[in-house]
Design a protein around this ligand. Structure first.
Ligand code: ASP
Ligand code: MG
Length: 417
């Protein structure tokens, strides 16, 4: 079995779906993981915002646009007027959830997941029906029933041990040799839909690869492979031919948009190679990520945007902040803050965290626990692995730099945007 993952950009229009068909042509024993088409997840987040704010018009407007967008792709694929019953049903369900839910703020994550999951349900339905029509017999897999997650919404981890028998049973004894499942979604223990965090489809594919003992996993992307920097931010980016698992995890954690940070562990546990390959040209080698690799010989620059710097101090000036670390981090856990960098002194603890929904609640809770907290927004975190003097001069200095941490090979800078 091989696992192929197609991201939203790869299936953003009918040409993309036709290209997917071309890539898988002739393959057997394939598990395909597909993300939501194009910017669908962003639009669904707006549908959720409508529910959250009681702005029904916003939700309806976004759903109408998504209906048109998907209908356009379907008509293009079938070369004329065509409706897919299952797609109509999914939109009817989505509309019910978005407009008839009795919303409570405590359940924000639950309803977020119930809504945004439709992107992948729609994309996989369309791809599956199109491939069937094109003669590629395949089985549509409902990942809400095959991936059991932890009891958490919006950013859930998959329980691989509990999921393995479910996914294997779904595939066992089926006549088809091609399977199509949604990225990004699973089912929580209470039966509700859970999502795995934005860009989580890579993680879905990696867990499927782990459970199915895949010979390899390939992510088909709109770039030639993994680059040493985001070319939109740093010109002169070059491709990296191979990376080992550890480097890949470091890069993903630092904010490289290559793969979801949780992707590597399920692959590493079963020693499965991950290929990042260009969607446009099957012959190009792409980048391979595996246990052993040649050393990377170019500096790697990763910019993580939308960061907030929290500087925390004990109000009684207690010099041993360590004693209070447990309180601080348990609040972070409770309000689901993601810490990307930690810097401490005798009385201060500075943390660079992702900007997120519950940040102000966390700050209030810290204050209620006897801390002074300073919050600085509009920050970004730059990580340079294998920095040179020139890169140091260009990026690690200057008045906009708030914190700089360096080791022999890596420098990390928290700076004002
Ligand atoms: N559709 C989801 C997102 O856009 C998951 C993914 O693309 O991997 O975040
Ligand atoms: Mg996506």
């Amino acid at each position: 079995m091989k696992v192929y993952k197609f991201g939203g950009a790869s299936v953003r229009n009918a040409d993309g779906v036709r290209n997917l068909h071309k890539i898988i042509a002739g393959e057997e024993n394939l598990f395909i993981v597909v993300s939501a088409m194009g910017k669908t997840t962003n639009a669904l987040e707006q549908v959720f915002t409508g529910l959250q704010r009681g702005d029904r018009a916003l939700s309806e407007e976004q759903i109408a646009a998504l209906r048109d967008y998907h209908a356009g792709i379907i008509e293009d694929l079938w070369h004329g007027p065509k409706r897919l019953e299952r797609v109509d049903e999914l939109f009817a369900e989505l509309e019910r959830v978005a407009t008839q839910t009795v919303y409570r703020a405590e359940d924000a994550e639950l309803w977020y997941d119930a809504i945004v999951a439709y992107g992948e349900l729609l994309s996989t339905t369309i791809v599956s029906e199109y491939l069937n029509a094109a003669g590629v017999a395949n089985h549509w897999v409902d990942m809400r029933r095959c991936f059991r997650t932890e009891m958490r919404h919006k950013d859930a981890a998959i329980d691989i041990v509990a999921s393995a028998p479910l996914l294997r049973a779904e595939l066992a004894g089926r006549p088809e040799r091609v399977f199509i499942g949604q990225g990004f979604i699973g089912g929580a223990p209470d039966g509700t839909t859970a999502t795995l965090g934005r860009e989580g489809s890579d993680y879905s594919a990696a867990v499927a690869a782990n459970i199915l003992d895949a010979e390899s996993m390939s992510v088909w992307k709109d770039v030639d492979g993994v680059l040493n920097a985001d070319p939109k931010i740093f010109p002169d980016a070059v491709q990296i031919a191979e990376l080992n698992y550890l480097d890949a995890i470091e890069l993903a954690y630092s904010g490289a948009q290559i793969i979801h940070p949780r992707t590597i562990k399920p692959l590493q546990n079963k020693n499965i190679s991950l290929y990042v390959r260009p969607f446009g040209d099957k012959r190009k080698p792409g980048t391979v990520i595996r246990a052993m690799s040649a050393p990377v010989d170019v500096p790697i620059l990763i910019l993580k945007k939308d960061q907030v710097l929290l500087t925390i101090r004990s109000r009684d000036f207690s010099f041993v902040l360590e004693e209070r670390f447990a309180t601080i981090f348990s609040l972070f856990e409770r309000f689901r803050l993601k810490t990307n960098l930690i810097h401490n002194s005798a009385v201060n603890l500075s943390l660079c965290v992702d900007n997120s929904w519950h940040i102000d609640e966390a700050v209030n809770a810290l204050r209620a626990n006897g801390f002074d907290v300073m919050k600085t927004g509009d920050m970004e975190l730059l990580t340079i692995r294998g920095y040179t003097d020139e890169l140091w001069r260009r990026y690690a200095k200057g008045p906009q730099v708030f914190i700089r941490q360096s080791t022999q090979a890596t420098v990390r800078v928290v700076r004002k945007r």
